[in-house]
Design a protein. Structure first.
Length: 249
């Protein structure tokens, strides 16, 4: 595949991944295999994908702000607890072998997909943008940071599970916090991948352009259609991922 076709491929893959990442999660389960297919090893594919994730979430945060969905103070408190884990996870990711990384990725994504289909108790109420945060939420953020720094793929599901199930937030507000949290912890994680030489800038920026547009589009649709469209897209993504992963074992 020549250079121009590679860039076009990454641009269109990025649009789909950015849309999926904001609406649900798991977009990196598409982009990582594509980057590996184009010849990158696992750590470099992981690091290159971080450029797209960072720019995608800058676009998403900006779009949510324009739509009057923002709580920077609450998002920043949650994001702060992800930072130590993100640094540790990224350090581990640049040292792990390709085979082990891909095996861990497959197993974890199956588990994440299963947790997302667990319904809330009937007595649970979604409370809009609930500002009450328990210690269990902060503990979950520490794990989110480690997992996001290490693998990233599927971290959106982990965050949505944590914020929706533990804080009882509506899904639009879940996604609002999610994109901000992922933006913050990906800054130190990306720096670690850059310093270790595990970034392909050409592929990263091509993918990022698509991710940014997909993220912008997803925010507009999420705000307009609300929880209903988000739940439909989550269900479709989970079914697709489960079928893909189960067929690989």
């Amino acid at each position: 595949m020549n250079e121009y076709l590679q860039i076009v491929l990454l641009l269109f893959v990025g649009i789909g991944a950015g849309f999926i990442n904001v609406m649900a999660g798991g977009g990196s389960s598409i982009t990582l295999p594509i980057l590996i297919f184009l010849g990158l090893n696992a750590p470099t594919a992981n690091g290159t994908n971080r450029i797209a994730i960072l720019i995608q979430n800058i676009s998403a945060v900006s779009s949510f702000k324009k739509e009057k969905y923002q709580d920077f103070t609450g998002s920043l408190k949650l994001a702060f607890f992800t930072l130590p884990g993100a640094i540790l996870g990224a350090v581990l990711a640049v040292k792990i072998s390709d085979d082990l990384f891909q095996k861990i990725l497959g197993v974890v994504l199956i588990l994440v997909a299963l947790t997302m289909v667990i319904p809330n108790k009937k007595s649970d109420k979604e409370e809009g943008n609930n500002s009450k945060v328990s210690w269990t939420v902060y503990a979950a953020m520490i794990f989110v940071g480690f997992y996001g720094g290490f693998i990233q793929a599927g971290v959106g599901f982990v965050l949505m599970f944590s914020l929706n199930k533990l804080m009882k937030l509506e899904l639009v507000f879940v996604n609002m916090h999610k994109v901000f949290i992922v933006l913050i912890y990906n800054i130190p994680a990306l720096l670690i991948f850059i310093l270790s030489g595990n970034v392909n800038w050409r592929y990263g920026f091509a993918l990022a352009a698509g991710n940014a547009f997909g993220a912008w589009w997803a925010v507009k649709l999420a705000v307009k259609k609300g929880d209903k469209i988000i739940k439909i897209i989550i269900s479709v993504v989970i079914i697709f991922m489960a079928m893909k992963l189960l067929s690989a074992f």
